[in-house]
Design a binder for this molecule. Structure first.
Ligand SMILES: [Zn+2]
Length: 207
């Protein structure tokens, strides 16, 4: 995604990132008293009679942090790949999303559910080999049992805006956890639409 030269990072009262807004909106929020400036930039907006400074980072005043962001990532194909580090959980080969598939540990024909605990990333070769068998039948041992990821929401935030170490303004770096977004960038995976703000029931999502 593009440059953040004309953007402002908005933090909540706990200094956690909540939004990226345009320079113009950041300016309006600041001069309306809704936010305070944490770090000023050299950027300016030219008014009729004076020049206004635009901050790099602002903090919302008296705003309670949004608890719903703590509910974790949505159950989706891309998030399962991300949880498994884009690695086949059977042979441990890693690859791009186009070479990966999702596999039911306990096959759906045998009553296996489509849940975080029963779905793993598998390469196409392993998926073919496994078919409708169970891993016990094939003698495969998983390195770790699959579970619902407990990513901290600050690690998910940059993905929503396509922020990475490469394009983030220097001033933002101390306030962002870019580990997940950087990994997605290296793997050539556009993760921006993957994470949602609120928790969704697993049963509502089709993988
Ligand atoms: Zn494999």
């Amino acid at each position: 995604m593009g440059s953040f030269e004309r953007k402002v990072l908005v933090l909540d009262s706990r200094y956690e990132p909540v939004k990226v807004v345009t320079m113009e909106l950041g300016f309006v929020l600041l001069y309306a008293g809704r936010v305070t400036s944490i770090i000023d930039s050299e950027r300016v907006i030219n008014g009729v009679s004076r020049v206004w400074k635009v901050p790099w980072i602002v903090r919302l005043e008296g705003c309670r942090p949004r608890n719903k962001r703590l509910n974790g990532p949505r159950f989706s194909r891309q998030n399962i790949y991300l949880r498994d580090g884009f690695r086949c959980q059977y042979c441990q080969c890693s690859g791009l999303a186009s070479n990966l598939t999702l596999d039911h540990l306990l096959p759906s024909a045998k009553g296996g559910k489509t849940t975080w605990e029963n779905i793993v990333t598998a390469c196409k070769t392993c998926n073919m080999k496994k078919g409708a068998k169970t891993i016990e039948e094939l003698g495969i041992k998983l390195q770790r049992p699959p579970s619902k990821p407990q990513l901290h929401p600050t690690a998910l935030f940059p993905l929503r805006y396509g922020i990475t170490t490469k394009n983030a303004p220097q001033a933002w770096l101390p306030y962002l956890d870019l580990s997940v977004a950087d990994r997605a960038l290296v793997l050539g995976f556009d993760a921006s639409p993957v994470f949602v703000n609120s928790y969704q029931q697993d049963s509502l999502i089709q993988v």
